[in-house]
Design a protein around this ligand. Structure first.
Ligand SMILES: Cc1cc2nc3c(=O)[nH]c(=O)nc-3n(C[C@H](O)[C@H](O)[C@H](O)COP(=O)(O)OP(=O)(O)OC[C@H]3O[C@@H](n4cnc5c(N)ncnc54)[C@H](O)[C@@H]3O)c2cc1C
Length: 246
């Protein structure tokens, strides 16, 4: 198969694997944070659990390539209307961020999923969720459904508190401000271990920046938490594009 034919074949498969959707609402909820509602028939009657992701084609027409696809975690998905609400971190460094920055009511898109994002323990026991601004949507979804202790590394504690509390009622959350050289991760580590509280039934779910996920994974293992109990899903890593989470 020639490269062009291969590209067309891949695009055809992509077209078959995705469904049409449309932006129905965009709200600026804080600096670099947009709440984007996407509706489509393919999201109707979808089996969705908090923490599951949808993927959005943020560059390209499915049949014409080239294209780029990015992963996002709805904070809610209403199967009756086929509407997913995603809290989008507009960081300004990639096409996914650009797509959300320019999305308006009526913007068409193609989506895949939902599919499993983070692995939540099957039991209804407590869990510790770690992440950053890319995890706000996950945090809201999981906190609404489960006994979740949330620890987040953020650019601004005040602005994050205003968004999470003011818009989503998520007030019971530990926010730690980033410092140069990741000096703040010592405090994050203490907060996650304190939230874990030595509880064997408390399941850690680590999301956000890959290097922070790795460091907390090591810290939890060092504190005696079994590796198989830890769900670690890097959402992004400097210099890498389009992480999928598995
Ligand atoms: C399972 C899963 C669920 C996710 N859920 C959400 C969600 O609900 N909301 C959300 O906002 N994001 C979420 N993300 C993260 C999002 O998919 C990534 O941030 C993705 O890289 C964004 O694509 P992009 O095109 O903007 O940047 P890319 O083209 O992927 O990357 C371009 C450059 O931007 C950098 N970059 C990517 N993310 C950031 C960031 N946060 N801060 C600074 N630089 C960055 C990359 O390191 C790279 O250098 C999720 C990721 C995964 C894997």
């Amino acid at each position: 198969m020639t490269t062009t034919a291969h590209g067309r074949f891949t695009s055809l498969l992509l077209d078959l694997a995705t469904h049409e959707a449309e932006v129905t609402r965009v709200e600026e909820v804080g600096a670099g944070l947009r709440l984007v509602s996407i509706a489509g028939d393919g999201l109707r009657a979808a089996a969705w659990e908090p923490g599951d992701v949808v993927q959005v084609i943020v560059v390209g027409e499915a049949l014409l390539g080239p294209w780029e696809i990015r992963s996002y975690t709805p904070l809610a998905l209403d199967p009756a209307t086929g509407t997913a609400q995603i809290l989008w971190h507009v960081h300004g460094n990639g096409p996914g961020s650009d797509w959300a920055a320019s999305a308006v009511e009526g913007t068409p898109c193609r989506v895949v999923g939902p599919r499993r994002g983070v692995r939540l323990p099957a039991s209804h026991g407590a869990l510790v969720l770690f992440g950053d601004e890319t995890s706000f949507s996950t945090a809201v979804a999981v906190h609404r459904a489960r006994d979740a202790r949330v620890v987040l590394e953020v650019e601004s504690v005040e602005e994050s508190r205003a968004v999470l509390g003011g818009w989503f009622g998520l007030v019971d959350v530990v926010l730690v401000a980033r410092e140069p050289g990741d000096a703040h991760l010592a405090e994050v580590e203490r907060a996650v271990l304190a939230a874990q509280g030595g509880g064997v039934d408390v399941a850690p779910v680590l999301t956000g920046k890959a290097s922070s996920v790795q460091r907390l994974h090591r810290a939890l293992r060092g504190a005696g938490v079994q590796g198989r109990r830890i769900s670690g899903v890097p959402y992004w890593a400097p210099g890498k594009k389009g992480l999928k989470g598995r």
